[in-house]
Design a protein around this ligand. Structure first.
Ligand code: FEO
Length: 174
């Protein structure tokens, strides 16, 4: 059984992950509107991944006999000065999510909830990857600066990541 404190923390994290999906979709829309189709596709794929994170915790709460509570989601930022600023926002967002996951790990330790501690390890590892991926793109964008050719090539590279839901939509249209 989950302690009240653990349950609240997990439920809050479900909303944070749902906000993350919304956050990425806001940036996807910005990029699509700005003609960066590849960056937009990457952000869409990320939005889907965040939904997956939310569902993973949602399922876990049920599995442990807890009651899922969903909270209000704030409006995401949808305008950015440049691709670099947008990816910097992604990196900072992921650093914040890591902090939030670490707090949950600390609660699990304090509550001696070994199962939740174990469950959260997947997220701890995932955050290492999320931060590293965002940081790598930020670094590349800093090198590219305002060079259109570099931006074009990076946009194309990041566009190779296919969002699964969009893939399904394309299949059903064919
Ligand atoms: Fe679900 Fe990007 O952290």
């Amino acid at each position: 059984m989950l302690s009240e404190r653990m349950l609240k923390g997990l439920n809050e994290q479900v909303t944070k992950e749902l906000f993350s999906a919304y956050f990425y979709l806001g940036i996807a829309a910005y990029f699509r509107d700005s003609g960066f189709e590849g960056f937009s596709t990457w952000m869409e794929a990320q939005a889907e991944e965040e939904l997956g994170h939310a569902i993973r915790i949602y399922d876990y709460v049920f599995e442990r006999g807890g009651k899922v509570e969903l909270y209000k989601i704030e409006m995401p930022k949808q305008e950015f000065e440049s691709p670099l600023k947008a990816f910097e926002a992604v990196y900072l967002h992921e650093v914040g999510v890591t902090e939030s996951i670490y707090k949950l790990v600390e609660i699990a330790q304090e509550e001696k909830d070994h199962a939740t501690y174990q469950f959260l390890q997947w997220f701890v590892e995932e955050q290492v990857e999320e931060e590293a991926t965002a940081k790598a793109v930020v670094d590349k964008l800093k090198i590219i600066g305002d060079h259109p050719q570099g931006l074009f090539m990076l946009d194309r590279e990041l566009g190779t990541r296919v969002p699964r839901l969009r893939g399904l939509l394309i299949q059903t249209k064919e």
